[in-house]
Design a protein around this ligand. Structure first.
Ligand code: ADP
Length: 367
């Protein structure tokens, strides 16, 4: 029977609470003791009241709540060894031997670093007299498991991340609202959505709202190409009687020569070349807000149950797992590999090597 801690880290995402709820209740159901680490790695480094035992009723109603009720933070201390040493001591003091982290690739990288360093961290605590030999023997290994909370849907080895479908739903609703006013005034709107290295939100929301044009980081194009193509398509739509123009731009959209494609650039083209009355709407944090859609509640719950199962089954020799979903089945993948692939994809996109980026993304699913 284990003492299992759960934390949320990095950018918040709808469905994180549903994930925490499932982990807490699943742990109790299996006879384990669940703990919540508040405020991400920052709570782990601070310890004390930031690490609390959780009970069944503590997570009542959490399935539908947006954001993360146990808080999240970016934590610089945890990226340095002294911070991780103090996190290690705090976990041992609380008697915790397994940690489930719900976060993006940064948070899961941190979790992986922590696990690899664990043997030397406990040795240092023993040598410094900060833990007893008995505790040292008992806490030889820390079980780590990752569940992916990210609105961008930017992690390799999973078809969907917790929060992405809620964010997509929010964007589509916002564009529906914009549609009405755009139609009324016969205006053009440039809608900027989140996604630094992954255009999933822009692409899917554009598709689901019949946007005229979509700009994403993964699409190779010179400045002249996208500008000419957008103008041609928008003019064609207008000539067929369409009164509104919607262009969706991912925040990470970038041209072949590495110049970012900003909403302002897109607006300028629509105004200067087509003479359209154009406004920019940057959706910003609205995309993170609100309750989780049914898909995210389902995904977060199934993944929470699987995460607890994984923690109970993993041995010191098993690579830390990340819980994903592939073709509608919940799957376990090696966490370190998924994070490494995700970072390589981002680097390939940054260097405009799209073929490599797509091959790397696909390789995550080849058996
Ligand atoms: P996300 O998880 O959404 O990608 P970040 O990249 O901001 O968000 O990472 C969240 C936190 O994870 C960081 O503030 C830091 O504490 C921790 N972290 C990220 N990368 C590392 C790393 N290489 N080593 C240790 N901790 C890390």
């Amino acid at each position: 029977k284990r003492n299992i801690a759960v934390m949320t880290s990095g950018g918040d995402a709808p469905g994180m609470n549903a994930n925490v709820r499932a982990i807490v209740r699943s742990a109790i159901f299996r006879g384990c003791k669940p703990f919540a680490v508040y405020e991400g790695y920052s709570g782990l480094v601070k310890g004390g009241d930031y690490i609390k035992e959780m009970h069944w009723e503590d997570v009542r109603g959490w399935l539908v709540e947006g954001g993360t009720l146990i808080g999240t933070a970016r934590c610089k201390e945890f990226t340095q060894r002294p911070g991780r040493l103090s996190a290690c001591k705090n976990l041992i003091d609380a008697g915790i031997d397994a940690l489930i982290v719900c976060g993006g690739d940064g948070s899961l990288t941190g979790a992986d670093v922590f696990r690899s360093e664990w043997p030397s961290l406990i040795k240092e605590l023993l040598d410094n007299g900060q833990i007893t030999r008995e505790k040292y023997e008992k806490h030889q290994h820390l079980n780590i498991c990752g569940t992916v909370g990210s609105i961008d849907n930017d992690m390799c080895s999973t078809n969907a991340t917790i929060g992405a479908y809620s964010s997509l739903d929010r964007i589509c609703r916002a564009i529906d609202y914009i549609d009405a006013t755009a139609n009324s005034h016969s205006r053009a709107f440039v809608v900027e959505v989140m996604g630094r290295h992954c255009g999933w939100l822009a692409l899917m929301s554009g598709l689901a709202t019949s946007a005229d044009y979509i700009l994403i980081p993964e699409k190779p194009s010179s400045s002249k190409e996208w500008q000419d193509q957008m103008c041609e398509i928008v003019s064609k739509h207008r000539s067929r009687g369409r009164r509104k123009t919607i262009v969706v731009v991912a925040e990470g959209a970038i041209a072949n020569d590495l110049t970012p494609i900003t909403s302002k650039d897109v607006k300028d083209v629509l105004v200067n070349r087509l003479g359209l009355d154009t406004r920019i709407t940057t959706l910003g944090h609205v995309q993170r807000g609100g309750t989780a859609v049914a898909y995210d509640r389902m995904l977060a719950t199934l993944q929470g149950v699987e995460a607890v199962q994984a923690v109970l089954e993993c041995t010191p020799d098993t690579p830390s797992p990340m819980i994903g979903i592939k073709e509608n089945k919940i799957v376990r993948r090696p966490l370190a590999e998924a994070v490494k692939l995700t970072k390589s994809v981002a680097a390939a996109i940054d260097s405009r090597n799209f073929k490599k980026a797509m091959e790397l993304r696909d390789s995550a699913f080849s058996e």
